[in-house]
Write a protein that binds this ligand. Structure first.
Ligand code: SF4
Length: 483
């Protein structure tokens, strides 16, 4: 993937895409603000959510072992996956052991992060997405562009075309004469998916939360597809990031209030599914929990950046971000787009590649993301922290081992300019001489910088050099007042 500015270039010129994004994010933004305003104790809930996550992350080793013990005691099997390849191998082997060649999936960021569908396809296993927006993305051979509404970049007409053209390839075709009325589109998806729910013997899910004290997993959703996947198949495999743990049910109560209002602007999610291991005569006969690290332990080692692990994937920060609203999610080149993606992806993947190193710059630092975040992640603070790392390099943790990363390419000119400025600011005589030279030649200064500075002045004017420095002005005015 190219760096963010190049990846975003086509998106910002696409007027249909920008119209779709403006309409969708504007609507969700307004509804979220109204839902949050209903609660007089929202600030206290937000502080509680942040504190619970912070405390849990500090003692994550303890809670992870507690989860393993409780899930095992309840009849589940816990697997540990250090990275994407290991998680994919575990899930593929588990599906193979059942003898099945297809699985149904509940929308899950963790499985997108590790590329599970592609890994299953390589093993000859077809994964069917059952969330409506994920179905649109899968049928359209597309990529998700939003955490909550992966097909936010599509309008109704485009969705109708995708259904009409592609549904037959994946199973039950779209009804004849399908229009772009939302009810008709939803009915087409319902009929298409129903046969998959009734046929599937294996399901793959993520989880919004894992309650450590009982080993209970929670999935919240709006369409009921999750409930079907979690209850009908014989085998359930859940792939969950290790940061999804909350210690107790009382803690869960806080997040079940924060999440729906922040994400879908609802007072509670229409479907909240909770399960603990397996139960005789009810639900799947076998349950496997794959606990995924994939860069999370390394992120935890960074005392500033670790707050990104508090994220509950509500997507409120995307919906208020002026950069996301203009570029959409594809430019971020990751399953985590928007402000949270700009701080999470570089930490999970490392900042060695060009795209990851450019993501902390995909922000105006306006602070709107921090204002709406239900777990008070100071995203601008982490962005600045990661920019410093991109520019200067430094020590980070990779798979638990300390390594030094080199400064990202493209910052050599910036570093040289900063070194020159530091040198001049340290020497008053040199600074005065430079200011006088600048003032004397001000009419000759170009309006645009050449060379590596060109990008900086491509969208802003170079400030005009003042006729005199403050130091000269002060000397002259002070001297004038002297008798
Ligand atoms: S960073 Fe905060 S606002 Fe953004 S998705 Fe995560 S929890 Fe929601």
């Amino acid at each position: 993937m190219p760096a963010f500015p190049e990846a975003a270039e086509a998106a910002v010129r696409d007027e249909v895409l920008r119209g779709n994004l403006r309409h969708a994010t504007g609507t969700i933004r307004a509804r979220r603000a109204a839902a949050v305003a209903e609660l007089s104790d929202w600030a206290a809930l937000r502080a509680a959510g942040a504190a619970i996550k912070e405390r849990t992350l500090r003692h994550l080793d303890h809670y992870l072992l507690q989860v393993e013990e409780r899930v095992t005691a309840a009849g589940g099997v816990v697997h540990w996956a250090a990275d994407a390849a290991e998680a994919n191998r575990i899930v593929t082997d588990l599906v193979r052991e059942t003898g099945e060649r297809e699985v149904v999936k509940v929308k899950s960021m963790a499985t997108q992060e590790i590329g599970l569908n592609e890994a299953l396809a390589e093993a000859g296993i077809t994964a069917y997405e059952t969330d409506l927006a994920e179905l649109i993305v899968q049928l359209g051979d597309d990529r998700p562009s939003h955490i909550l509404v992966p097909a936010i970049h599509r309008n109704r007409g485009e969705i109708r075309e995708i259904f009409a053209d592609r549904m037959a390839t994946w199973g039950r075709p779209a009804p004849d004469g399908l229009t772009d009325e939302p009810a008709e589109l939803a009915e087409a998806a319902r009929l298409h998916l129903r046969e998959k729910f009734l046929r599937a013997r294996v399901a793959v899910s993520g989880a919004n939360f894992v309650v450590a004290e009982t080993g209970t997993l929670a999935v919240v959703e709006s369409e009921g597809n999750g409930r079907m996947c979690l209850t009908l198949p014989e085998t359930l495999i859940s792939v969950v990031g290790i940061e999804k743990i909350v210690p107790t049910w009382r803690d869960l109560e806080v997040f079940l209030q924060l999440l729906p209002r922040s994400s879908t602007a609802e007072r509670m999610n229409p479907y909240t599914s909770l399960w603990t291991g397996t139960t005789e005569g009810d639900g799947p006969r076998a349950f496997h929990l794959v606990l995924l690290d994939n860069g999370r332990s390394d992120t935890l080692a960074d005392t500033v950046g670790r707050q990104a692990l508090r994220c509950i994937r509500c997507s409120a920060c995307l919906n208020v971000c002026p950069v996301y609203e203009r570029t959409g999610g594809h430019a971020y080149g990751s399953v985590y787009p928007g402000p949270i993606g700009a701080i999470l992806t570089p930490q999970l993947q490392g900042m060695e590649d060009e795209l990851a190193a450019s993501l902390p710059y995909a922000s105006s630092l306006c602070g709107a993301c921090y204002e709406v975040c239900p777990v008070a992640i100071d995203i601008p603070d982490v962005l600045v922290h990661l920019r410093e790392r991109a520019a200067n390099g430094g020590a980070v943790s990779r798979r638990g081992t300390p390594v030094r990363i080199r400064p990202a390419r493209g910052h050599a000119a910036e570093r040289a300019a900063m070194r020159a400025a530091a040198w001049a600011f340290d020497r008053p005589g040199a600074l005065r001489a430079a200011q006088r030279l600048g003032a004397a030649t001000r009419r000759l200064h170009p309006r645009r910088l050449p060379g590596p500075g060109r990008a900086w002045t491509a969208s802003r004017d170079l400030p005009t050099f003042p006729e005199q420095s403050f130091r000269d002005w002060w000397t002259r005015n002070r001297d004038d007042r002297q008798p």
